[in-house]
Design a binder for this molecule. Structure first.
Ligand SMILES: Cc1cc2nc3c(=O)[nH]c(=O)nc-3n(C[C@H](O)[C@H](O)[C@H](O)COP(=O)(O)OP(=O)(O)OC[C@H]3O[C@@H](n4cnc5c(N)ncnc54)[C@H](O)[C@@H]3O)c2cc1C
Length: 434
């Protein structure tokens, strides 16, 4: 067992692996520890892998749009051939239905500032592009037990915004393994089936971790990238009350249904965000449709213990999501049996991540990804590696938050937006949209 490293990264999900790759390129000796048996087997494995650019803040849009370079140039980013295969990016484009929930004029301002490529589609064009849908408004989203669920729809929707560079990664775990492979080629090391149970520290700084088999690994830099377990690691570091912004684990269900007869989502479908029915949907392997909720107020929120939660799809939530989708797609066949997956979001108080140092010297946090940071992982890996390098070299990030230049777009973002002690960001959607 390895006894020391420069940087110990807790977690080998997509973000932990991207961070390992970038730090290794900077010649840090990194070691990721994960209790799963392989890379990307935590919440990343069940991510929908959607790559879309509409977020409610400038930084959200900028980091998401920067990520497009990586997904369009995945092989170049990985820089080698992974014997397990290479993750495929499905460049379907993304349709963002204009509706009462998401403030399109505000998103448009940020799209224009960042330079996102988009087209505005009027209702007629939307109908031509996706003829299987009924684009009446069904707002507000309801649950099937609501007596108004089947009431006549409201007027027609206005149209949509289409971003041609968006899409999805169908196998997020394979994408993570690709990054792990690239990181290993740079000298990064990984330990699996091992759980961090203690963060060792003294008055001055973090000193390393203890694993569940009793092994101690010394490291003067430790990074919490533990996904939905992030709050447990924060507790271990003794920092629960130090961070203004907290994180917790939210259970989330994603469902899969067959398409209407004759409709082939993998050929004709788009990734779609449709808050009018409280849903997102996209093509899924086998010409099926995958759908998840965008957290409408009518849906209960299940905050859970990440080590003890129900992994079975629930009849109730399946019905709610699939029946709502069936209002938008009237010919949707409704199977007798629910099918889908259950996993956890690591949600922050304002649904915006914490990408930051901490009050404990040498201890960093890449947490609170709130169900929407798969796409940005390569951007976040590079940004956090730079933040760690600068802070370790004496930069006072708390006094003057790092201004980070996104390498592909050349835009600069204020990383203070991801600070652990920021004020709750009232511009946030307070949902998975970010
Ligand atoms: C159902 C679902 C759908 C999503 N859809 C999208 C989407 O369409 N687009 C998008 O951009 N984002 C999406 N997301 C969000 C995205 O998947 C996450 O933001 C991202 O995967 C988080 O990566 P991570 O590396 O931080 O966390 P994880 O993948 O959860 O990795 C954390 C790792 O830490 C390990 N760990 C935890 N505690 C310990 C410990 N004590 N010791 C050792 N190891 C530990 C865990 O085993 C885990 O492997 C979705 C998330 C979910 C759950």
């Amino acid at each position: 067992m390895k006894k020391s490293c420069d940087v110990l990264i807790i977690g080998s999900g997509i973000i932990g692996c991207c961070l390992a790759l970038e730090l290794s390129k900077m010649n840090y000796q990194t070691l990721n520890v994960d209790f799963q048996p392989t890379a990307g087997a935590g919440s990343t494995a069940n991510s929908c892998g959607n790559v879309r650019f509409y977020y409610s803040t400038y930084n959200g849009v900028a980091t998401a749009y920067e990520s497009a370079w990586y997904w369009h140039n995945w092989k170049k980013y990985i820089g080698m051939t992974d014997p397990r295969g290479t993750a495929e990016y499905h460049n379907t484009g993304s349709v963002f239905i204009k509706n009462q929930v998401l403030d399109w004029p505000k998103v448009k301002i940020n799209f224009d500032k960042v330079g996102v490529r988009y087209e505005e589609w009027d209702l007629a064009r939307l109908q031509r592009k996706i003829p299987v849908c009924d684009f009446h408004s069904f707002y507000p989203p309801k649950r099937p037990e609501d007596p108004d669920f089947n009431q006549a729809p409201g007027g027609w929707l206005e149209g949509a915004c289409y971003t041609p560079e968006s899409g999805y990664v169908g196998d997020p775990q394979l994408a993570t393994q690709n990054v792990e492979c690239a990181a290993k080629a740079q000298g990064a090391e990984f330990i699996y089936d091992a759980r961090v149970i203690e963060i060792r520290r003294d008055d001055e700084r973090v000193r390393g971790v203890t694993l569940d088999d009793g092994a101690q690994i010394d490291a003067s830099i430790v990074v919490n990238v533990a996904g939905p377990h992030s709050f447990k690691i924060t507790e271990m570091a003794g920092l629960s009350s130090a961070n203004e912004i907290k994180t917790r684990a939210l259970r989330h269900e994603v469902h899969v249904v067959p398409p209407p007869e004759g409709y082939l989502p993998e050929e004709k479908g788009y990734h779609t965000n449709d808050a009018d029915i409280g849903a997102y949907y996209r093509p899924e392997a086998g010409n099926r449709i995958l759908t998840g909720s965008v957290d409408p107020v009518c849906d209960p929120k299940e905050w859970v213990d990440p080590d003890n939660f129900n992994r079975e799809v629930s009849e109730d939530q399946w019905k709610a999501q699939v029946y709502r989708l069936a209002r938008r797609i009237p010919d949707l066949p409704i199977p007798n049996r629910p099918s889908g997956i259950v996993d956890l979001y690591d949600v922050s108080d304002d649904w915006i991540p914490i990408y930051d140092k901490s009050d404990l010297k040498g201890y960093y946090q890449v947490i609170g990804t709130s169900g929407n940071q798969f796409k940005t992982a390569p951007v976040v890996g590079a940004m956090m590696a730079e933040l760690i390098r600068q802070v370790e070299n004496g930069y006072d990030h708390d006094a003057r938050p790092l201004q980070y230049k996104l390498p592909h777009m050349g835009l600069t973002i204020d990383t203070g937006a991801f600070h652990r002690n920021r004020k709750i960001n009232r511009d946030s959607s307070f949902s998975v949209v970010g």
